[in-house]
Write a protein that binds this ligand. Structure first.
Ligand code: SF4
Length: 363
């Protein structure tokens, strides 16, 4: 992907459109990259309301009235990188923990019992042989309990991803965090995560290794020009879909959440802005999943059902373990929506949507 080309395009068109111009864009069947930049820079609420109705129709046409539910499981918080926005940064003096295989299985059994069929296994940045083997054991075990097994870890080599695919890995989540190189350098102080390009290309290695599903995202508010980040994230998605048309792709727009020891400046992104991003991105990327995690408040998550969102995490813990028994480790960040899975399902159904646990079944 030629990032500079997209940055230049954004810089050229990033000005607020007139209301008429924005409505003309909404009347098109397909919007262009330039139209998308203009909509991201539009703050008119009437325009947003029209777009929201359109986004709802598109989402239902491509995904039905379904909200897919998954759960994250942190198996280790050892991390060799220092990212200023993360509670697991190596600079933070917190208790480090790696679940043993019996503890991982207990956690998976507890999650399976609750009904989850899709699991996202997370670790800190740990490129040691021991770290990789721990991850591999967890993936192998997860395959026994879940239809979908995804990981969110440091980037792996092609061989590393292939080994995990052979163990049952079905998907990879890898957020670039920010597509702005200067911001990227400022927020990644130490470790392998400092390598912007290595991270950018890793998702393609995962696809080439055979995963069926990838999730990309950026942490809104790291870069003060977060509209640019949203635009570049969507361009990344378009590039991947063009190159790998069979891949199932989702995007996320997480916002920064507090954690113990948090001490850095960031840009607040309002609820309204988040709604805008989801709605306008749905108009551009019709068949891309949009994920909203428990970082966001319950009332906001509820209101986003029907506006473009297709995936939600539920009952999430960001500590290491914590599902089968109380965890004594600190969370990576504070979860906002702390409702039980049953409560979330109830709300999804009350809005006329199905709460789905299986996207596809592996035979
Ligand atoms: S974001 Fe990931 S790599 Fe960075 S400090 Fe947190 S766990 Fe480590």
């Amino acid at each position: 992907m030629n990032l500079d080309e997209f940055v230049n395009l954004y810089e050229e068109y990033k000005k607020k459109p007139s209301k008429k111009e924005a409505i003309d864009i909404l009347n098109k069947d397909e919007i262009t990259e330039v139209d998308y930049i203009k909509l991201l820079n539009c703050y008119d609420l009437d325009v947003l309301e029209i777009a929201a109705r359109k986004a709802k129709d598109i989402t239902e046409r491509y995904f039905g009235k379904n909200i897919f539910l998954y759960v994250p499981l942190y198996i280790s918080n050892f991390c060799s990188s220092g990212c200023i926005y993360c509670g697991y940064s190596c600079f933070n003096k917190i208790k480090r923990k790696r679940l043993n295989i019996k503890e991982i299985e207990d956690e998976m059994k507890a999650l399976k019992k609750r009904g989850f069929q899709s699991i996202l296994i997370l670790t800190g940045e740990d490129n040691t042989k021991e770290g990789f083997n721990h991850l591999k054991d967890a993936v192998r075990l997860a395959r026994r309990y879940f239809s979908e097994v995804l990981i969110e870890t440091s980037p792996l080599t092609l061989d590393g991803y292939m080994e995990l695919v052979n163990e049952g890995l079905t998907g990879v989540t890898l957020y670039q965090e920010t597509y702005d190189l200067d911001t990227y350098k400022k927020v990644h102080l130490l470790g392998e995560k400092r390598n912007f390009k290595a991270r950018l290309w890793a998702i393609e290695r995962a696809i080439e290794a055979g995963v069926r599903e990838v999730n990309i995202g950026c942490l809104l508010g790291l870069c003060s020009d977060y509209l640019k980040d949203v635009f570049l994230l969507s361009m990344h998605a378009m590039y991947l879909l063009k190159k790998y048309p069979k891949i199932e792709l989702s995007i996320s727009f997480p916002r920064i959440r507090p954690f113990k020891g948090m001490n850095f400046d960031y840009t607040e992104v309002s609820d309204l802005e988040l709604v805008k991003f989801i709605v306008y991105t749905r108009l551009l990327l019709k068949n891309v999943g949009i994920n909203i995690s428990t970082r966001e408040r319950s009332d906001l998550r509820d209101n986003l059902i029907g506006l473009g969102v297709t995936k939600m995490s539920a009952e999430s813990k960001t500590s290491v373990g914590g599902y089968s028994k109380e965890s004594d480790s600190l969370g990576q960040f504070e979860v906002s929506d702390k409702r039980s899975l049953d409560e979330i399902i109830k709300v999804i159904r009350s809005k006329g949507y199905n709460a789905e646990f299986i996207n596809w079944v592996m035979i």
